[in-house]
Design a protein around this ligand. Sequence first.
Ligand SMILES: *Cc1c(COP(=O)(O)O)cnc(C)c1O
Length: 402
Amino acid sequence: MKRKTGQDRSITANWRPATQAVRGGTARSEYGETSEALFLTSGYAYDCAGDAAARFAGEQVGMTYSRLQNPTVEMLEERIALLEGAEACRTMATGMAAMTAALLSQLSAGDHLVGGRAAFGSCRWLTDTLLPKFGIETDVVDARDTQAFIDASRPNTKVWFFETPANPTMDVADLTAICAAARERGIVTVVDNAFASPALQRPMDFGADVVAYSATKLMEGQGRVLAGAVCGTKAFIDDVLLPFTRNTGPTLSAFNAWVVLKGLETLDLRVMRQSENALKVASFLEQRVPKINAPGLPSHPQHELCMRQMKMAGPIFSFELDGGRAQAHGLLDALQLIDISNNIGDSRSLMTHPASTTHSGVAEEKRIEMGISEGMIRINVGLEDAEDLIADLDQALRAVAL
Ligand SMILES: *Cc1c(COP(=O)(O)O)cnc(C)c1O
């Protein structure tokens, strides 16, 4: 009999997050491997035809096909659910597959959704383009304003969908107030928690119904593979999400699941150190740039709210230059250490110009409405020595006369 304590909720639910991040979900094979095994298999064999029939009928526990179940993927799903404080989790091939599944699985033609205005570019494409194409009406509001969600809602409003902190303006949404207002109205909240990860913020602790992730970012943590996840109640996952994903197939590969499992082991260490570094870099930049959007800084208008719902403000923030795209590109081109890259959550420091990269697909007037100026730069602060990062930024700012 193999020890499977990592899969036993009566044991794992009592573990603290750092323990869950290393051991949650682990299930060992008959070989007793210490590190999680990587099951690269698309199918499963049965001892007899009767077993196959019983498994398809749902009368026998076991796997049938890797679009539906895979042992490595299930270990990751259990680990994420534990870290999130969720009853259940299903992983997806990418963060966008997770967002799409979380929304399309529960919305139908005639329903209405209210979304956060400042959002990842592809999330805005879902609310502005994909959902309306299937007869789902959408409105976007400033997620800093809880009343705006209420005012935009109608009798057919089914979902409020937002991220906090939001990409790339770093707007903070009041999770407690928004989720309570949604509950009162029978509206489902779907929170994109990619900028925080469960190490910094657990939206369900504040009343969120569904938490969706790009696990590509902080969970994976070293910029190697793409992954996504959706967390919710067992009823939501089993009865709403699974019928959609089992048949449409946005399944995470076992290999990518294994990489994310390894990433989660160091999630807390990375995210806390990167957040500390980000605060040092933001404190430096605050003295040198005209505008900075870093909710970790005491001067940020939403600092108190941010610290009420997050352990630390995270590794990502943005700042703005007065000289538009030319000066922003000039600053990026002068960097010697920090990479020009649109990814985030990586242990390397990366900087990007959202208006010409991540949000270039969003029409200019929408970008302005979202608060993304031509002079805005987003930074993901990594695990390098903060003093080296500050020195690189210092010389690059000088190169553009700042
Ligand atoms: C990156 C990101 C996504 C999309 O995730 P992918 O893994 O790239 O598909 C969605 N939302 C936010 C906030 C993100 O940062």
